[in-house]
Design a protein around this ligand. Structure first.
Ligand SMILES: Nc1ncnc2c1ncn2[C@@H]1O[C@H](COP(=O)(O)OP(=O)(O)OP(=O)(O)O)[C@@H](O)[C@H]1O
Ligand SMILES: [Mg+2]
Ligand SMILES: [Zn+2]
Length: 249
């Protein structure tokens, strides 16, 4: 029996079956009842692997806090467009920028809004690149299989891959990551990436994104993603500190 979460009573619309009969253009159709959709969404969100500290992130809670930084509003607008268009957007997003500029916030906001609002319910996942690299690396010594780790990420409808280029994957791991990214691309699945690495490092000696993840992956990202650059200042250091200390910016 399908119970609604809030009341734990049997749903009156579908009588607890999870299915309802609707008429569309004179044709009777069987559809998922909203109560079933709702609990499916909740389950999907629970299984998406979104870190607790980012669950509060929404597009509305993204502040345009620094009027001197046009990239904040531009990034927020572009992410909103991406959400509105989904699933019609063929391209994912590549959020680039320095530490603490709100990249993970925006990526998680998009993922959660799509998973909460789009019908039919979307299955999505959040994965952190560093942990992923470590997990795959460990399978080299026989603990689990890399395919088991990668399969859910390859197959999920919408993936957030956070902190692309962090850590130092071995060439073998790099090949597996390319396989994952490329398979998603070939299958027409959308991915949102975030990274601290830029295409044009300012300081000499600083590595570019391509240096970190190989030119092969970087060039795939060009085809797969719309690039959004956050130039700004570290929100954690500036904004949160000034709140805490009553400092004025
Ligand atoms: N413009 C903003 N409005 C509201 N909250 C923000 C904004 N920018 C960042 N934050 C908050 O500040 C914290 C740091 O942001 P976030 O983790 O998204 O940065 P990041 O760009 O992913 O940094 P890193 O490169 O270190 O991963 C988070 O708690 C996030 O919710
Ligand atoms: Mg981040
Ligand atoms: Zn129902």
């Amino acid at each position: 029996m399908m119970k609604t979460r809030e009341t734990e009573k049997t749903c009156s619309r579908c009588d607890g079956t999870g299915w309802i009969l609707v008429e569309e253009d004179g044709v009777e159709l069987v559809k998922r009842c909203e109560c079933a959709e709702g609990s499916l969404r909740e389950r999907n969100l629970e299984q998406a692997g979104i870190p607790t500290r980012y669950r509060h992130c929404t597009l509305d809670s993204f502040e345009i806090w620094n009027p001197e930084d046009p990239t904040l509003a531009k990034a927020q607008r572009s992410v909103q467009e991406f959400v509105d268009l989904y699933p019609k957007s063929e391209k994912g997003l590549l959020l680039m920028g320095p530490v603490g500029t709100g990249k993970t916030h925006l990526a998680v906001a998009a993922l959660q809004q799509i998973m909460r609002e789009k019908a039919p319910a979307v299955r999505g996942r959040f994965a952190d690149f560093t942990s992923l690299v470590l997990e795959i690396q460990m399978t080299f010594n026989g603990s689990g299989s890399s395919q088991e780790i990668l399969r859910p990420l390859v197959e999920t409808e919408l993936l957030v891959l956070d902190e692309l280029g962090a850590g130092k994957p071995t060439p073998w791991v790099m090949d597996l990551l390319y396989y994952m990214v490329n398979t998603r691309y070939l299958d027409g699945r959308v991915t949102i990436f975030t990274t601290n690495f830029s295409d044009f490092p300012k300081a000499s000696g600083e590595e570019s994104l391509a240096d970190r993840v190989s030119h092969r992956i970087r060039s795939r990202l060009f085809e797969m993603c719309r690039r959004l650059e956050l130039r700004g200042i570290d929100y954690r250091a500036e904004r949160l500190a000034s709140r805490e200390w009553g400092r004025q910016r």
